[in-house]
Design a protein around this ligand. Structure first.
Ligand SMILES: *C/C=C(C)/C=C/C=C(C)/C=C/C1=C(C)CCCC1(C)C
Length: 238
């Protein structure tokens, strides 16, 4: 731990705001993981797995942030590979959260697999546009966006929504907030993608933000936010 902090200070100039968000991101994800894991024994049995998954999401992110911070400090480039490995593990786990809260209303694993496949398509096409065929970023971003909207459709209007309507009031409430995270919170990522890739209108570059800062803010909001929605569902009294 001391060597981690020392190397972070050594390798991080005070004006490196990208590196700073990787550092704070690491700490935030670690703290959130401790919170979710330690809360498991304070909630009713039926919510323990959901809280465990919340902790796994932030824990997996914490480990990736540890490496991404280092990569940024040493190489000075966007850690695209670690970023997408992180997302490929954590986004499907967020799909699992939807499945787990809707299970009591009869959610089938078929729904879970649809969500997982759509998220894999979304992330693989995004990776191709960001790291492989960078001159075709717009086209791959479009493919990724279609998969993203399919996820939005499933949870807000499709199968998952129908199950939420049959659920208890507290599950309905949690489902509704999680949907907003996917619609608004996940919407932060395409913005980061447009900032980090070429072939878009100039106003995107004019925003003057760094892609990794946008992704890091998105991750903090979505991963910790998702977990807190699950936590408040787990401690609610109905
Ligand atoms: C914890 C990590 C999360 C919730 C990551 C979510 C990532 C996305 C919703 C990414 C979406 C993208 C598009 C919709 C189009 C452009 C490419 C992506 C991959 C950035």
């Amino acid at each position: 731990m001391t060597s981690f902090i020392l190397s972070a200070i050594k390798a991080m100039p005070t004006d490196d705001y990208v590196g700073f968000t990787f550092f704070v991101g690491t700490m935030a994800m670690m703290a959130a993981s401790a919170f979710f894991f330690l809360s498991i024994n304070m909630v009713e049995g039926k919510w323990k797995t959901s809280l465990l998954v919340s902790g796994l999401i932030t824990f997996i992110a914490a480990v990736h942030y540890y490496y991404m911070r280092d990569y940024w400090a040493e190489v000075g480039e966007s850690p695209t590979f670690f970023r997408y490995v992180d997302w490929t593990l954590t986004v499907p786990l967020m799909c699992v959260e939807f499945y787990l809260i809707l299970k009591a209303a009869g959610a089938k694993t078929g729904l879970l697999w649809k969500l997982i496949w759509a998220s894999v398509v979304m992330l693989v096409t995004g990776y191709i546009g960001e790291a492989v065929y960078t001159d075709q970023a717009a086209m791959w971003g479009l493919f990724s966006g279609i998969a993203y909207f399919y996820i939005v459709y499933l949870i807000m209007f499709g199968e998952a929504k129908a199950l939420a309507d049959k659920s208890s009031a507290s599950v309905q409430r949690a489902h509704g907030i999680l949907c907003k995270f996917v619609l608004i919170g996940w919407g932060i990522y395409p913005l980061g993608y447009m900032i980090g890739t070429t072939g878009w209108y100039d106003f995107v570059d004019g925003i003057g933000l760094n892609m990794d800062v946008v992704y890091n803010i998105g991750d903090a909001i979505n991963k910790i936010g998702f977990g807190l929605v699950i936590y408040s569902l787990a401690v609610s009294k109905d």
